[in-house]
Ligand binder design. Structure first.
Ligand code: G6P
Ligand code: MN
Length: 447
């Protein structure tokens, strides 16, 4: 089996390779092709992968290329994990929004809209090439904003593209662990859009264990989402929100914390990763894998640090820093498809009625049955009024982004920003479009 990884020079690629190295079963990936626009980064990541493979018998063979078509030809699976505009682009997304007093974040609010406007045209072009060169391949999309980008690619590839995220799995795992349940077998009733979902129940043996958690203030205070949102708010909601909903429920506090930070998350990561890639270019030195792992540990330990600070939530639990995030979701998805082994995973797929307020083609994040035929969304408990409203509002914003990217219409881009619940004025939306268009060459298509 051959896997083409787009964005193959990306910092998280060794996580994926580590997961592949642990897979010994029939139908596993035997060939990995890394594609990237930056050959220097490909060389750096290939060094780390070579160290990871040392002493592993039959490790998947790694090749690198800057030719997209070459990467796609003959692929059984395609992972898309690209970052259009790089971390510099992410930092600009964050900075420009914060300067207007609205949330500047990678995927949520104005920053996510700017990132989506830049990424959708590139993702659609990739989808077209996949359709031509690897029509039977399954595309696994990690590229953020993952739900929106998956929907854009599904316009070309239909159900041959599935979006993934590590946050619902992490949440399910944390709640299951607290309740003494096995996260692999418990039924996790989670639904929404990517980075905008709620865990409404966790069923074991026909019984929902979540009410037990919501009734226990000590348990509620003992995990990430409990500390971020506070026990009272979780009880009021009757559900546990995805950590990204912290930007909505505590918008004022998170914006203030992000504005007062010395630099944005994107700027921090930009500097951190530049340091890593520069070290990889220097001849000699120590282990590439050790340098990568130090950088990874620092990145994970500081994840959402300003949200935790704003909430007085303290440090992230060591258990949350264990690996087993998105790379394990990707691996489980490929195994189920390649071996036709039925499993359940929370994925981003076209709705087809799973979530009542949205149309059939809207990409949603819900539990899916996965087998050799692909991912099939499961009808979940309906979203309640508040959640249904928020999901519908944000999907409408995503549709404006798709319309702007498809037509080049600046007016549609203004609508995307203006209609977002975290952008509080049409005037601000207009200024955001002007500032983003000036900052990003990838937005030159807006007229
Ligand atoms: C989680 C999300 C990803 C997101 C990442 C950002 O893993 O699920 O979608 O890209 O966080 O983390 P970072 O370390 O880049 O701020
Ligand atoms: Mn994600």
């Amino acid at each position: 089996m051959r896997l083409a990884l787009l964005g193959g020079g990306g910092f998280r690629v060794p996580l994926v390779y580590g997961a592949l190295l642990g897979d010994r079963a029939e139908g596993r990936i035997t060939e990995l092709v890394l594609y990237d626009v930056d050959s220097g980064r490909l060389t750096a990541v290939a060094r780390v992968l070579a160290e990871q493979a040392e002493g592993v018998p039959d490790a998947p063979a790694v090749t690198v290329t800057t030719d997209l078509d070459e990467a796609l030809r003959g692929a059984d699976f395609v992972f898309s994990a690209i970052r259009v505009g790089g971390l510099e682009g992410r930092a600009a997304d964050e900075r420009i929004a914060l300067a207007e007093g609205v949330l500047g974040q990678e995927t949520v609010g104005a920053g996510g809209i700017a990132y989506g406007l830049r990424t959708v045209p590139v993702a659609v072009e990739i989808a077209r090439r996949v359709a031509r060169l690897a029509p039977d391949a399954l595309v696994i999309n990690f590229t953020n904003p993952a739900g929106l980008v998956t929907e854009a690619m599904a316009g070309v590839l239909g159900d041959r593209v599935v979006g993934i995220c590590d946050s619902p799995v992490g949440l399910g795992r944390r709640v299951a662990r607290l309740l003494g349940a096995d996260p692999a077998t418990a039924w996790i009733d989670y639904a929404g859009l990517n980075h905008l979902g709620w865990l409404r129940g966790l069923r074991v043996g026909g019984r929902d264990l979540l009410p037990g958690l919501l009734a226990d203030p000590v348990l509620l205070g003992s995990f990430e989402e409990g500390r971020l949102f506070g026990a009272d708010w979780l009880r009021t909601l009757g559900a546990v929100p995805n950590e990204y909903l912290h930007y909505y429920y505590f918008n004022r506090e998170t914006v203030a914390a992000y504005r007062s930070a010395e630099r944005t998350r994107g700027a921090f990561l930009h500097e951190q990763q530049d340091g890593f890639y520069a070290a990889m270019r220097r001849p000699g030195g120590g282990s590439a894998l050790a340098a990568w792992d130090r950088t990874r540990a620092e990145r994970e330990a500081t994840y959402m640090a300003h949200n935790r600070q704003a909430a007085g939530a303290g440090e992230r639990d060591a258990a949350d820093l264990e690996s087993g995030g998105y790379e394990q979701v990707a691996l489980a998805l490929m195994r189920a498809v390649a071996r036709d082994e039925r499993t359940t995973l929370i994925l981003n797929v076209r709705n087809r009625g799973a979530l009542a307020p949205l149309d059939a083609d809207a990409v949603v994040e819900v539990p899916c049955l996965v087998d050799g035929n692909g991912a099939h969304p499961v009808t979940v408990s309906p979203l309640t009024g508040h959640a249904a409203g928020l999901v519908t509002a944000v999907k409408a914003v995503e549709r404006e982004v798709l319309a702007a990217a498809g037509s080049g219409s600046r007016e549609r881009a203004v609508a995307a920003f203006a209609l977002h619940p975290l952008v509080d004025s049409v005037t601000v939306a207009r200024r955001l479009v002007d500032a983003y268009a000036a900052a990003h060459p990838g937005l030159a298509y807006l007229r």
